[in-house]
Every structure is written in C-alpha cells, then in structure tokens.
Design a protein around this ligand. Sequence first.
Ligand SMILES: Cc1ncc(COP(=O)(O)O)c(C=O)c1O
Length: 415
Amino acid sequence: MDIFDKCVVNPGPLGKFAKDAEGYFMFPKLEGEISNKMMFQGKERLVWSLNNYLGLANHPEVRKADAEAAAQWGLAYPMGARMMSGHTKYHEQLENELAAFVKREAAYLLNYGYQGMVSIIAALVGRNDVIVYDSEAHACIIDGMRLAFGKRFVYPHNDIENAEKQLQRATKIVEKTGGGILFITEGVYGMSGDLGKLDEIVALKEKYKFRLLIDDAHGFGTMGPTGAGTDEHFGVQNKVDLYFGTFAKSMAGIGGFIAGKKEVIKYLQYNMRSQIFAKSLPMPMVIGALKRLQMLREEPEHREKLWTIVNALQSQLREAGFDLGNTNSPVTPVILHGGEMEAAGVTYDLREKYDIFCSIVIYPVVPKGVILLRLIPTAMHTLEDVDYTVKAFKEIQHKLDTDAYKDIELDKLFN
Ligand SMILES: Cc1ncc(COP(=O)(O)O)c(C=O)c1O
C-alpha cells in the first residue's frame, strides 16, 4: 500500500467535507480590516466569529506599535531558539509584566499557545505521574497528554463529583508509584462558553494532593475584575498552580505564556521541547504584546465595551427564547435543532440573506440533531449589530420551526 493512498480514500474526519465545504463553510476567506464587518466573497458581512474580544486587532495604537517594531527590528530578530541565540531583554520584560499581571512569581513565553501547552504537559508528567482532565479539553491538552508518559483519567465535562472519583483513582496509583497528580481544566470552554468550576476544583485540594493547571485561552483579558483571567473571576489565583494564556485572542497576536512558581517556570524553560528546539517569538510580536498588555491593564474600557455587547446579545437572545446552554463568558453558543442539511441551510441563509457570518458546529462535535451557532461578541460590535442579529435569528428559528430548510438544494434556495 502507498502511504499516500489514505489521502484520497480516507481524507480524515474534517477532510472528508473538503469537496463540498471548502471556501464557504471551511477555510472561508474573510478580507479587509479586522472589525465587526468584513468582506466575504465580495460582500460586506457582520462577523461574529473572531476572538478579537477587546477589539485590539486593528486598534490604531496597536497597529502603530506593531509597525514601528517591524520597522526597527524586522521579523527575523532574534534569530534562533531562546536557549541558544533567540533571547532578548524584551522577551524577559514581557514575561515579568505578564507574571505581575496574573499575580504569579514568574512567566515564560510560548511560541504558539498550542505547542506550548503540549510541551508543558509532556515536560511535567513522567511515567509515575497521573493526569486528571475534563472530557472537553482542547486539542492541545489532548496532544500534550499523548506525549506524556503518565496515566490519565477523564471526568465528564464539569462533573466535579466524578472528577473527585478520578482523583481517588489517581491517588491510589501515585501512592504506589511515588508520582504526583496534575489536574487540568480550562478557565472558559471555548465552544460552550461555560467556565471550568475552579472554585470547586480548588476546594478538592483540601482532600487530595494535586497541582492544578488551567488553560485560560478565552479567559485571559476577558474574565475577572482586571481581566487577569478566570481564576481572578473566582478569586482563586493563589490556588491555581499554573496559569496558561494565549496571545491569539484578547491580545490579538500570536504566542502565549505559562505562569506560576519560579522554580516550576524555570524547570519548564529548560524542558519544554517545542520551545527549546524552535525559534523564539520575533520582536514585533513581543513589542506588540507589551503594548497590548499595557492597554489591557490601563484601558478597562475595552473590556467594559466587550461586556456591554456580551450582555446585550445574550440577554436579548435569551429573551427571544434561544437556548445558550451554560455560558458565563463572552462565548455565545446558540443551540438549535435540525439535521445536517438544515444546518447548512441556516448558515447559508444567515450569510447570504442576512449577511451575518458566524461559525457553525454540527455532529460529531455536538450530538446528532444539534446545530450549534457560535457567536463571539467583541468590543468592535455595536448595539445595532446585536439588534439586527437577534432579529435575524428569530426569523431563522421560525424557518426551522416551519421546516423551510428541509429537503432543500442550497444553490436553489435563495435564487
Ligand atoms: C482553549 C485553547 N487552548 C489553546 C489554544 C491554542 O492557542 P494558540 O492559538 O495560541 O496556539 C486555543 C486556540 O487558540 C484554545 O482555544
């Protein structure tokens, strides 16, 4: 058999949709300035699918900082991995400022949050150790666990009673092996918008010995009184041992960081393979991140604007009878019911008739018969955008209720 045969015969769980969906449902091209409205296939659309929570992506001050840093340093500097030749005082400054912001002793930068998370887990968890984790863990956590040698126990999403059972199993094992336990949860779950139950999880520390790592990709910059994250929201920063954040969302950049006790961060600095053997973040990303962090700290108005939009969108959708699940964060899932064809019809209708661009999730990511439309409100949106969208969603719901999307051919639907 040719190793490449599978590329045609079995292109993978997502790849199998490429023929029909590519360019429209998958790999769509959003063009123009990053904002509440962008161009898609030559037409302006109201966009609800970017994690530009605080609206910093194209903020003039951010653009200026990025451009000046690019002009001064270019994209090459510093050359090499941090450990060998890719280290600068600005990387260090950013780490110190991040650590202070999330109230930890130390922080270390990561090239891409994803790769960072993979290596954090792989570096920390040896063959005698055990991981306890949530069933909705992000792919980067799953991949990290695949590389880690220790055993792992999963609990159903946010089922803390079950998590305790897994901790009991884990404890029995480490008592024999002499290893430790790493508990991993997310701060904000990116699909459903509900929060990891950090208060209940840290309470388990009184009964069990474990260390807690949170992936707060969606919570950094959006949650907590100062935007320092979901653990700040719960008032448990001193009980979360390792705090992971990414620059890909609120910070509208690339990269991420891990923060915690000095000796743990030092260990990670010397043991995360994806960081030791990869080029460090280029200077414009670092200088740009310093600027974004300063704005995050000193300009709460971006977060306040975000929450004005979040509250308006979520309360109006709920008032209109929509099921938003258990979201407690800006992530706004709208749970509808229908088959695959209806899901395509809804998305197409939203885009072509209402010029609304949002992400759609169907089986197998959510149960069969569920259509999950995921809206990401940002500080760039307006209250008019919210009114317009809720009105469109009501019309869509009515069409679903009256079977308007059943047995339709998409290309004929709106002609
Ligand atoms: C929960 C979560 N963790 C980690 C990541 C990966 O971060 P990055 O985009 O910085 O690689 C993402 C997606 O961006 C995410 O949603």
